[in-house]
Design a protein around this ligand. Structure first.
Ligand code: ADP
Ligand code: MG
Length: 380
């Protein structure tokens, strides 16, 4: 369990998905000045806009804080770095995110994923090594999770209207007619020729459950190429931190309360780690008094009905965290706990529909609920 070594050194910031609050907290904790003026206007960040702010309060040692706040991959992102090359590091990080979006989004016609999708039932498509590897690792997690995680879920996302936000409840017959297009084991991967093939017309890939985790890992690699001491990368519900904070204080990563996403259910102390959360509260629509969420059960072709409100995975591996946050959410509490018990190569926090919190015992010393929140049980 390589991630265990991470709990030794901790430094800190409070995080939250909503960009305004997040940035205020980041400015306070990372720049050490507490001034919200650094962030003025950033809470109103709009789609396709971006804003970058470098701290004017450089220290005597020449370090500085820089933050960029932008919209990509269908979510608000905030990247902050501390160090001599903080501004260059966040610029490179943002460029990297856009590059990955152009490669992996199925909503962009020119992306490699779109090329694979438009050739379903036609033939194999040559892709970059990077795209090939992401698909291959997604397939690995499909196998590990018995298909709870399945990137061939795209046609099901579409009939529920999640592709273009034209939400609708499809007829049962439409779901049954679409389900045969879903099946991760039918993706044909040819590593020698670096091709990906979807053998049935209408099959499509959707990397929405893994792309941000991959991007988080990749952005960290890019940022490590610069002279910075620490960074905080928040890609929607995905948060990664690395490096010790200059003042030695702790990173405190807050996990949103899925029943009140503007507040937190608990706080984890860590560094060099990703904390990735999946929850039905992130994207959904309500019709006839029923709420339909954006995480699908590949077995039924419908939004997951589960006893969980959110799953957070804590791991240095963002790809693992992103795939497993989605998969364990699909599984529900008991199967999620059983999955952890069978693997134990990550940590997790599960919040149930009854507001109870269950966390893996390996974060007993580093995760705590906020005072006013419900019960917490650690499992082994
Ligand atoms: P978010 O991206 O909102 O943080 P997730 O990581 O759980 O949340 O990813 C949800 C996205 O993953 C959906 O929007 C969809 O693109 C895709 N998806 C939905 N259900 C599944 C599933 N069972 N397996 C893999 N991907 C899924
Ligand atoms: Mg995910």
């Amino acid at each position: 369990m390589t991630y265990r070594r991470l709990w030794g050194s901790v430094s800190g910031a409070f995080l939250q998905k909503r960009p305004g609050v997040l940035l205020v907290l980041l400015a306070f904790l990372l720049s050490g000045c507490g001034s919200v003026s650094v962030l003025s206007g950033s809470s109103a960040a709009a789609a396709n806009s971006s804003e970058t702010t470098a701290s004017s309060a450089a220290t005597a040692t020449g370090t500085a804080t820089a933050t960029t706040d932008f919209f990509a991959m269908n979510t608000y992102m905030t990247i902050t770095a501390n160090g001599v090359e903080a501004q260059a590091a966040i610029d490179a990080a943002q460029t990297e995110i856009y590059r990955l979006e152009n490669e992996l989004s199925r909503n962009l016609d020119a992306s490699e994923i779109s090329k694979i999708n438009s050739n379903s039932g036609i033939g194999p498509v040559v892709v970059s090594q990077e795209t090939f590897d992401i698909i291959a690792v997604a397939v690995t997690y499909s196998g590990l999770t018995d298909g709870a995680f399945d990137i061939t879920i795209a046609p099901i996302m579409d009939i529920w209207g999640f592709k273009d936000s034209n939400y609708r409840v499809p007829a049962a017959s439409e779901i049954q007619a679409t389900l045969p297009l879903v099946g991760w084991s039918r993706i044909i991967l040819d590593r020698t020729n670096m091709t990906v093939e979807l053998p049935v017309v209408g099959m499509e890939l959707d990397l929405g459950g893994i792309a941000k985790g991959y991007a988080s890992d990749k952005v960290q690699k890019v940022m490590h190429g610069f002279n910075i001491t620490s960074a905080l990368i928040s890609l929607g519900g995905n948060v990664a931190v690395f490096g010790p904070k200059a003042d030695g204080s702790l990173w405190k990563i807050a996990i949103s309360d899925p029943q009140a996403p503007d507040s937190y259910i608990g706080v984890l102390q860590a560094t060099d780690v990703s904390v990735i959360t999946s929850g039905g509260y992130e994207r959904n629509f309500t019709q006839g008094g029923i709420t339909y969420i954006h995480i699908m059960d590949p077995a039924t072709g419908s939004p997951v009905q589960t006893d969980l409100l959110s799953v957070s995975i804590i791991s240095p591996d963002g790809v693992q965290g992103d795939s497993l946050s989605t998969a364990l959410f699909v599984m529900g509490k008991d199967k999620a706990i059983a999955y952890w018990q069978a693997h134990k190569d990550f940590a997790c926090v599960l919040v149930t529909t009854t507001g109870e919190v269950f966390a893996s015992a390996d974060i007993k010393d580093t995760f705590a609920l906020l005072d006013t929140k419900g019960s917490l049980t650690f499992f082994n």
